[in-house]
Design a protein around this ligand. Sequence first.
Ligand SMILES: Cc1ncc(C[n+]2csc(CCOP(=O)(O)OP(=O)(O)O)c2C)c(N)n1
Length: 584
Amino acid sequence: MSTNPLLAQPAASTAAEAAPPTTPLTGAVATLQALVAEGVDTIFGYPGGAIIPIYDALYDFKDQLNHVLVRHEQGGIHAAQGYARSSGRVGVALATSGPGATNLVTGLADALIDSTPLVCITGQVFAHLLGTDAFQETDIINITTPVTKWNYQVTRAEEIPEALAKAFYIARSGRPGPVLVDITKNAQMQTFEAPAYERCTHVRSYRPAPVVRNEYIEQAAALINSAKQPFILWGQGVVLGKAEREFQEFVEKSGIPAAWTILGVGALATGHPLNVGMLGMHGNYGPNVLTNECDVLIAIGMRFDDRVTGRLDKYAKQAQVVHLDIDPTEIDKNVKTTVPVWGDCKETLPLLMALIEPKKHEAWLARFNDYTAQEVDAVIREELFPTSEELTMGEVLQQLNEITGGEAVIVSDVGQHQMVACRYALQNQSRSHVTSGGLGTMGFALPAAIGAKFGAPHRPVVAIIGDGGVQMTIQELGTIMQTGVDVKIIILNNQFLGMVRQWQELFHQRRYSFVDIQSPDFVAVAAGYRIAGQRVDDRAALRPALEKMLAHPGSFLLEVMVTKENNIFPMVPQGCSVAEIRLR
Ligand SMILES: Cc1ncc(C[n+]2csc(CCOP(=O)(O)OP(=O)(O)O)c2C)c(N)n1
């Protein structure tokens, strides 16, 4: 008899006893059981021929899964993103094959660049028809490979549980991101003997959480302890790592001024004395200028995006750089790092905390405050408390802050209003601003706000959208109507594609080329969807209208007519260094 355990055959009776119990299931039911087992409560989707078996099974899962019928698959995936961003959970979107699947592509690209955990499930034609140009067949795996963290096509029902378990694990672990599982129709319909669902905890050749190296923690602490003018830049990694508490403790113990990228906002309250403001092209004056004067730059969970760094060869050249990130491909990608701290900041921040000395950098912090005072005089006061007759976007945010006290989840679209919302919205807690940061997807906010409300049902959700962007996904008012979800929508209407107009004004001699956009009567459109609304074009009406909107039991659309040609300042013009930021 062989002594090699790999060759030893178990006795037949033992094997029969050890076999796990199985249940006959269709692939469609196994798909939904996997979602329930992964803790999913809400899914956003739109049916079609290739995903009918899953929709048929959904009929019997109504008590366990709340399916939100959107009006367009792009709306579905943005809603799933909003859900994920406000709740910290995995967002789920369903779509049929062909056009349904391709309508997800923008959302996938958006979720990948903004590290949003999503599982998208697409129906696909029967396996025997693959590659035949069958009706509504599209090669969604190849189409979505560059815009997903992982994707996979399932052609047999037996593969479904394992594929979905992997999908959820990959979406939420390490640096989160979107995954797509494409399931052929035959796989949804086949019955197979399904073992009990097992969540995935490991995938060969995928290392989501690195082993933290102590020597780098020690080097980083030594640099921080010896720094005279240290500066912290933080990004969404703090939020994704659920490390807000550790981060605040680190900032407070080190006494180091800290500035945020737009996706990191709220990890430290906007009113915290060490929160010195927003980085980047339309960020605050002090953080941009002083990036080029600090001696140690501590980047935490941020990726040195070009909107943050401006011209790279003139970016923080004087500073030693400590970079904490979970994704090793971010380290040294754009900015050369002195000390790389590869790891989850939930783990690395406490290690670093233990080694840093408690300090205060009062003179250095005062410099940030001096710059803030200059920015208030040059820009902020007039934006928030205008002396001009026309309404400004900033005063709408200011009034909103006064009413909500910074407790609302703000969901902003893309353009000038987004920068105003990022700059001026008060944020008392994390996960309070959902916006399309990396991709800058117009049309994101309306559906994302729907998802954000499902993800944070006990918080007020206010979407801030431009008159251009809202027209990209306005059909999702139908989703609001049908679900009754309570989303407040503020359209800041400047009658222009404002951000493009600003660039044409400043850099193209005011040659306004196709930025003058007409809009429908938005309040009438809302009424058509049985959503209450109001239009405001004078200052006296603004505050009462905002109060009415927030007190309204249910969704409400408020259109505010604002100055047509206002520009967002400060601004780091493209191709300039952060230190060349202009106040006007
Ligand atoms: C899908 C998409 N198309 C085009 C753009 C380019 N773009 C960026 S901002 C902007 C103007 C946005 O106008 P509006 O929604 O009215 O907002 P405003 O800037 O006026 O606040 C455009 C066209 C984009 N970001 N996304």
